[in-house]
Design a protein around this ligand. Structure first.
Ligand code: FES
Length: 344
């Protein structure tokens, strides 16, 4: 990309002033920014200046914007020279062609498009054609790489170009004819050329799809067995395995004391903060029915139950053991004494 400098004095106008309409728009725009942050309006206001001034921003326009925003002129020059959306010298009246020269576009032929610009507009970038209607420049990625190679003319992009399509486009613009922005081939946006190649079938509601039978099933035939291939060896017979041992009852599990059933009435474990109805059922299945059981859990027991419940750390984080100890010792009254609030 070339170094971006302000145009020569020979083309710089002496002054710049917004039209009343644009001035009112600029003032409204500046007001949208919080107090003390008005300088943030520099890009939209500069852009409006460019639109008013035949597609480029002169030094006088930059300085006027700087005065309006109370910004040092150098800050406005920095912004205008950094962003390629701002043109620093006069551009073609009918088109300023920005050709993307970044890798995807380059690999897909942007150099050929630049050759067309050189031949038809000017050998040098940022130079007006003889009639002053066209100018061109190479720019970095314009974000339409999927349809590379592409160009931008003012606010529109033209994609999937070939040198011939580019010539045709410039011919139409020169004659003042309408041109169609976007892809220049048979595709919608960035969809495949010639139409969709996937997700283009009938949309079948899930229920209907599930009830559809395979053709073989629908005809009442069994699906053909897969042919055995010569190279396939017979699978070795599976070793006889011992029958799996019966699942141990809760009481015989390792770790903390467990019971297959409660001793009398089970405690309401949901009084422990952190235990809900579902967790209470799980605890019961694991053999825990009473506060007194939980009150006795050691660190090792907690690690075992943590594993069984598959949520590490919750028992300690919610202090189940201390809560259970209070509830086992004196019910809700003891709980309130220790924790200063009712359980749950
Ligand atoms: S590389 Fe050309 S648009 Fe992105």
């Amino acid at each position: 990309m070339s170094v971006r400098r302000l145009a020569d004095d020979s083309v710089q106008p002496d002054s710049f002033a917004f039209t009343p309409k644009n001035l009112s728009w600029a003032k409204q725009t500046i007001k949208k920014y919080p107090k003390g942050k008005q300088v943030s309006a520099v890009i939209p206001v500069l852009w409006r200046a460019q639109e008013q001034h035949d597609g480029w921003v002169s030094r006088a326009a930059m300085e006027e914007v700087g005065r309006m925003l109370d910004m040092p002129f150098i800050r406005v020059y920095e912004i205008a020279t950094f962003y390629t959306m701002f043109q620093l010298a006069p551009v073609g009246k009918k088109a300023h062609v920005q050709v993307c020269g970044t890798t995807p576009c380059m690999l897909r032929g942007s150099e050929d498009l630049m050759a067309v610009c050189k031949r038809r507009i000017s050998e040098q970038q940022h130079t007006l054609s003889e009639d002053g209607d066209f100018s061109w420049e190479e720019v970095e990625c314009l974000g339409a790489c999927v349809n590379a190679p592409m160009i931008q003319i003012f606010a529109d992009t033209y994609e999937d170009l070939t040198p011939a399509a580019m010539e045709e486009l410039l011919d139409k613009i020169a004659k003042g004819q309408k041109v169609k922005p976007g892809p220049q081939v048979d595709r919608i946006m960035s969809a495949p050329e010639g139409g969709l190649t996937s997700l283009d079938g009938e949309v079948v509601p899930a229920k209907k799809a599930a009830s559809k039978k395979s053709p073989a099933k629908a005809a009442g035939k069994a699906a053909p067995a897969k042919k055995a291939t010569a190279s396939k060896k017979a699978a070795p017979a599976k070793k006889a395995t011992k029958p799996a041992p019966a699942r141990p009852a809760a009481a015989s599990k390792p770790g903390p004391e467990r019971l297959d059933k409660p001793r009398g009435n089970a405690d309401d474990l949901k009084l422990i903060s952190g235990v809900g109805p579902k967790l209470e059922q799980t605890l019961n299945k694991l053999g825990f029915w009473h506060f007194a059981q939980i009150a006795k859990w050691t660190k090792k027991d907690i690690a075992i139950v943590d594993d069984e419940l598959s949520f590490k750390g919750r028992i300690e984080r919610d202090d189940w053991v201390r809560q259970a100890r209070a509830l086992a010792k004196g019910g809700e009254a003891e709980y309130v004494k220790i924790f200063g609030k009712k359980p749950r």
